[in-house]
Write a protein that binds this ligand. Sequence first.
Ligand code: NI
Length: 196
Amino acid sequence: MKRIVFTALAALVVVALATLGRVYLTGNHDGSSGSVSLGGPFTLTDHAGREVTDETYRGQYMLIYFGYTFCPDVCPTSLSTMALALDELSEEELAKVQPIFISVDPERDTIEALADYVPNFHDKMIGMTGTPEQVKAVARAYKAYYAKTNEDDGDGNYLVDHSSITYLMGPDGKYAAHFGHGTPPETMGKRLGEIL
Ligand code: NI
C-alpha cells in the first residue's frame, strides 16, 4: 500500500516538473504559445488605489511582469523592453493589451511608490501591489519566484531576487505566451502583433 502511494506521489512530481520545465524552458526567447496551466484568481491593489482582480481585465490580454521598484537593473530593463515592444504595436493592437507590473516587494512598494514608478515606462502600464499574502498568492499562481537576498540593514536596503519572465495572458485569463529576460523588444513586439 505504501508503495502505491509512493509511486503515485512520484508520478505527481514528474508531472509537476514537466509542467514547470515547459513554462521555463520552452521558447524562452520568442514567446511560445501552448496550453500551460498558469495564472488564476488574484486580488491586488493598483497604483491608483483601486482593488483589482484577475477578472478586472477579462476580455483584454494582460502582459504581466513581476518585480520591484527598488530593483537596480533587471526590472528597469524588462519594463523598458515591454514598453518598446508595445510601441511597435498599432493603436488597435495596443488597445487589446494591458501591461501590468506586479510588485514582489509589498513592504516597500506602496501604492505611491508604484504610482511614481510605472508611468516612467509606459502611459498604459499599471502597477499592482498587495498584502504579503496577496503577493505570495499571485506569484504562486504564475509560478513566479522571489526571495529577499540579504537582510534589511536597518535603512530599508535589501535586494529581492526574482524570476524575470514576462507573461501574456489571453482575454479568457488563460496563458497565451511568455518571454524570457533578454528577449529583444522587436522580437516581443513582433510576437505580440501576431497574437493580438
Ligand atoms: Ni527586478
